[in-house]
Design a protein around this ligand. Structure first.
Ligand SMILES: O=C(O)c1cc(=O)[nH]c(=O)n1[C@@H]1O[C@H](COP(=O)(O)O)[C@@H](O)[C@H]1O
Length: 289
């Protein structure tokens, strides 16, 4: 295990009992709730307050880029300042960008979000491999060379996902299970001695993963597979059920909550993060990687 890899840094968070990922999703109604304008300055203020509150309590933050992107260049400038605060606070950042494209174009997305020193530098990004796992090569270079991470969409929390993600790939696996297997295989091949891999998957906390052909019975061979699990809180998933939901695949689980933590204004946000962090840590008590 090394803190020069994303997986190593995740392992350190888990060892400290931190499994919570706090979403930074400046929805218009939430900004109103916080007494903030629905503009780039409002989104920046929310982001920076969340970063300050999450430092030391959560494993990571996950800015949802769409809520910044809607303000154009001002939104990206705001996001850069949020990311810079998070780096200064030593908080892991997963950029929720869900990028995917043909390999050459996708590589530019990887460069934007994962190059050390880039204005948008993050520790990990969410990616879509529905154009083929091989298109991810450009981002995987940053995983290998710069200790970055990626989370590949596998079984997402939204109900519309089933028709695509339950479909069969040419090898007979469901698309969702194929993403899980390809991510785990990359970690086994590239970092066999790491306790936790640097390539993870997104699995919704609102799902029965067996429906998607995903085996939750046993821990996959090799490094533990990082699982970013949105869908807790507002979408109905309960952290108290995390072990039942993820079983053997949940050895390196990051539970994301956004609206359930952000709702209610800025007052009390530290307490809400502390409480949600304790709830997920309790639920996974014997699961520390
Ligand atoms: O990749 C994601 O983060 C993601 C995948 C998924 O399957 N479901 C999902 O809700 N998300 C994101 O996770 C966050 C969930 O927000 P809340 O429902 O407010 O907790 C949003 O930013 C979503 O875009």
């Amino acid at each position: 295990m090394t803190d020069r890899t994303f997986g190593g840094r995740l392992a350190a968070e888990f060892a400290a009992g931190r499994h919570l990922c706090v979403g930074i999703d400046p929805h218009a109604p939430l900004l109103a709730d916080w007494g903030l304008a629905d503009d780039a300055a409002g989104a920046e203020r929310m982001g920076r307050v969340v970063v300050e509150a999450a430092a030391g309590l959560a494993a990571c933050v996950k800015p949802q880029i769409a809520f910044f992107e809607r303000f154009g260049s001002a939104g990206f400038a705001a996001l850069e300042r949020v990311l810079s605060d998070a780096r200064a606070a030593n908080l892991l950042v997963i950029a929720d960008v869900k990028r995917g494209d043909i390999g050459t174009s996708f590589a530019a997305y990887g460069d934007a979000w994962l190059t050390p020193g880039s204005p948008l530098e993050s520790d990990a990004m969410t990616v879509s491999a529905y154009q083929g796992f091989g298109t991810l090569t450009g981002a995987l270079r940053h995983v290998r060379e710069h200790g970055k991470g990626v989370f590949v969409l596998a079984a997402t929390s939204n109900p519309e996902a089933r028709e695509v993600q339950m479909a069969q790939r040419m090898d007979g696996k469901t698309v969702a299970a194929a993403m899980v297997d390809d991510a785990a295989a990359w970690n086994r091949a590239e970092a066999p001695r790491e306790a936790v891999g640097s390539v993870g998957v997104v699995l919704g906390a609102t799902l029965d993963l067996a429906d998607f052909g995903i085996d939750t019975g046993a821990k996959p061979d090799g490094p533990a597979l990082p699982v970013l699990a949105p869908g807790f809180g507002h979408q109905g998933g309960r952290v108290e059920e995390a072990r039942t939901l993820f079983g053997g695949i949940g050895h390196a689980l990051l539970a994301n909550e956004s609206r359930s933590i952000l709702a209610g204004g800025s007052a009390g946000i530290t307490e809400r993060i502390r409480e949600r962090g304790a709830a997920i840590a309790d639920a996974l008590d014997d699961r520390r990687a």
